[in-house]
Design a protein around this ligand. Structure first.
Ligand code: CUA
Length: 338
């Protein structure tokens, strides 16, 4: 091969590789990682992308060079010369991909093992998914919230459950996804390493409100997190005697499907709860009895324009009598104001 040809090939390869690298680096393909696990996954991503860019540059160079310099003349209808293989090239194109894929496999296995390894002092959080809301329980502090708060730099083990259908827990900045499956317990290990508020997204089609099944993960300084947890835990214990209807409303994710001005909720899947008095009138029931029935047996009366079987039918059994009473009076009071 002439020296000029090699230089041309090299030139095309460098340009093609440069364009591919610019597309990879300059466009924001992935969110900035906010956990150690996501950082490692990012590393695997860039390891594979680098290999891909080099292969792309080589293929593009040979391809473009051949198209330009080995083009058949317009009147050339002859067959190409008969060729019978090239042992050297065949060994190379078998060996090189084998080595590359093995390297990717080893790097991925190391990252998987590291991501599953929990540090000491693990924070346990139970994640419950239901149509169409997330709730987070801190078993040691015995509190339940609608927003996931996590301390920076500490190993967190999420234990995931579903009350109804398959959902999937995803915080893009944590890079991992984990399904919640009825009847099964799944786990996800996270070590947040960046302060901020990130979206919690349901990433498994789970029904009418799937697109709205969102919450937030807030990564806090460890000291601020401990203070928050202690305060919540004390508040939960002192208010145990008087169950708060507002807390039942938010802990059970009512606001992700329903609008209720008093709760700052703007859900659009189910009827607007500020219109409860009008709905009760239409259903021909006293307000309090109507609300109670609609929570315990949601299909008994479905507001016009809304389908049946979307509202979970499990609240009658999952809420205690005290919680149910508190929720009903809360809705009576707030809807009258609304
Ligand atoms: Cu829950 Cu989609």
């Amino acid at each position: 091969m002439r020296r000029g040809s090699i230089l041309t090939l090299l030139g095309i390869g460098v340009i093609a590789g440069g364009v591919a690298a610019a597309v990879a680096v300059l466009l924001p393909w992935l969110p900035t990682p906010a956990s150690r696990e996501a950082g490692r996954i990012d590393f695997v991503f860039w390891f594979v992308i680098t290999i891909c860019i080099v292969i792309f540059a080589i293929v593009a160079a040979v391809l473009l060079y051949s198209v330009v310099y080995f083009r058949a003349a317009p009147d050339d209808d002859s067959d190409g010369p008969p060729i019978h293989g090239n042992t050297g090239i065949e060994i190379a194109w078998t060996l090189v991909p084998t080595l590359l894929v093995t390297a990717i496999g080893i790097v991925s296995a190391v990252v998987l093992a590291q991501n599953d390894a929990q540090g000491s002092d693990v924070l346990n959080v139970d994640v419950t998914a239901q149509q169409f809301a997330w709730t987070f329980t801190y078993p040691d502090a015995r509190i339940t919230t609608a927003t996931l708060r996590l301390p920076k730099g500490r190993s967190v083990l999420l234990t995931l459950h579903s009350k109804d259908v398959i959902h999937s827990f995803w915080v893009p900045q944590f890079a991992q996804k984990e399904d919640t499956v009825p009847g099964l317990t799944t786990t996800l290990h996270i070590t947040p390493d960046r302060l901020g508020t990130f979206p919690v997204i349901c990433t498994e089609l789970c029904g009418l409100g799937h697109a709205l099944m969102r919450s937030e993960a807030i990564v806090m300084e460890p000291a601020a997190f401990d203070t928050w947890l202690k305060k919540q835990s004390q508040a939960a214990r002192s208010s145990n005697a008087a169950v708060s209807g507002a807390a039942v409303f938010s802990d059970n994710g009512c606001g992700s499907c329903h609008t209720l001005i008093a709760a700052g909720a703007a859900g659009k899947v189910g009827p607007d709860l500020d219109n409860l008095p009008a709905e009760a009138q239409q259903a021909g029931k006293p307000l309090q009895a109507f609300i109670h029935q609609s929570i315990v047996d949601p299909n008994a009366y479905v507001a016009p324009g809304y389908p049946q079987n979307v509202m979970p039918q499990s609240f009658g059994s999952s809420l205690s009598a005290r919680q149910l009473d508190a929720l009903v009076s809360y809705l009576v009071d707030s809807s009258k104001k609304g």
